[in-house]
Design a protein around this ligand. Structure first.
Ligand SMILES: NC(=O)C[C@H](N)C(=O)O
Length: 322
């Protein structure tokens, strides 16, 4: 029988309705030990009640400390895999970070819930049992970090929270889920493990900001980023990666100051390209020294933060995005 280490960080899965405020707040994870018999067909579990915070409270420091804790457990010969509970709001950022920094070999699964423990629809127990099961499967091993939610298994590279209030909650836009749980304990593995760079970093010390472009945007956000000496700027630009002309002089200044400016798209199916040469078009932005990136803004921000721990050379930074 395999041993799976559960690490709690919080999220709705660790919440119940607070009688005073009548809203969901962090409570305990005792539902795990109360339901141990549901886990025992798959694995022996150990629970590290590490944190119980809502995921909007997650910081880069939390992610770094979590990665260190997960690494510690992965290094223990008696531990076969790790399952992390996490709030769904920023789950994609933490999952993406962990995927790029953790050693490969043993599965690491991230899960949570959309209903809290006071609701009849509480989905945390099911998601957690499925996650423990998936952490024991050899098919999970090449993937490294996976997100398990509502009978689907996702890659942190593509999964994103698409609906805050209804199914499917999470989707892997472009590729779809890596695997689906078809019925009791049967899985269909659909997409092979994806390639991605590994960063041998211990810390995230850089301050990278993320803006969304809009019709009529001016240079005030980017000017503020320059004046505040931010280490990097990511802009979810319009369409295929385009910006209003009023932003451009500030972008030029940022690049002159050595601040990398990374352009992604505010479209749900985010992609950028050099189709347009007009002022602020993708071709023009690239000529100015902007880096065109594929992926959503919140993940590109984590990606740039990791790269900046390795290099601040603009050409080298750009090579990570090719
Ligand atoms: N479903 C959830 O977990 C949402 C919650 N606001 C969180 O991210 O912590």
């Amino acid at each position: 029988m395999k041993t799976i280490q559960i690490i709690t960080t919080g999220g709705t899965i660790g919440m119940a309705v607070d009688p005073e405020s009548k809203g969901a707040k962090p409570t305990s994870f005792s539902f795990i030990t109360d339901n141990i018999s549901l886990f025992s067909p798959y694995a022996h579990i150990q629970v590290d009640s590490y944190l119980n915070i809502p995921s909007p409270h997650m910081t880069l420091d939390h992610m770094v400390n979590l990665a260190q804790k997960v690494t510690y457990y992965l290094e223990q010969p008696e531990i076969d895999g790790v399952v992390i509970t996490h709030g769904t709001d920023t789950m994609e950022e933490t999952a993406y970070y962990l995927q790029h920094v953790l050693p490969k070999g043993k599965p690491v699964i991230i899960t949570g819930s959309m209903s809290n423990q006071s609701e009849a629809s509480f989905d945390g127990l099911q998601n957690l049992v499925h996650s423990v099961h998936i952490a024991t499967l050899p098919e999970s091993e090449p993937h490294g970090v996976l997100v398990v939610f509502q009978n689907e298994v996702h890659s942190p590279i593509y999964m994103t929270k698409t609906y805050p209030d209804r199914l499917p909650f999470f989707e892997s836009l472009v590729v779809g889920p890596m695997a689906k749980r078809l019925k009791a304990d049967e899985f269909e593995w659909i997409v092979p493990a994806l390639d991605h760079p590994q960063f041998p970093i211990q810390y995230l010390t850089k301050d990278v900001v993320l803006f969304t472009a809009y019709a009529g945007m001016d240079r005030s956000y980017t000017d503020w980023a320059i004046a505040s000496k931010k280490d990097g700027i990511v802009i979810q630009a319009l369409g295929f990666g385009h910006l209003p002309p009023a932003v451009i002089p500030s972008i030029v200044e940022a690049i002159q100051f050595g601040i990398p400016v990374v352009i992604t798209s505010r479209c749900a199916y985010s992609a950028t390209g050099t189709t347009y040469a007009y002022e602020g078009g993708g071709k023009h932005l690239e000529e100015l020294g902007c880096i065109l990136a594929q992926g959503n803004g919140q993940k590109i921000r984590i990606f740039l933060s990791m790269i900046l721990e390795q290099t601040t050379n603009l050409a080298k930074i750009k090579s990570y995005f090719s």
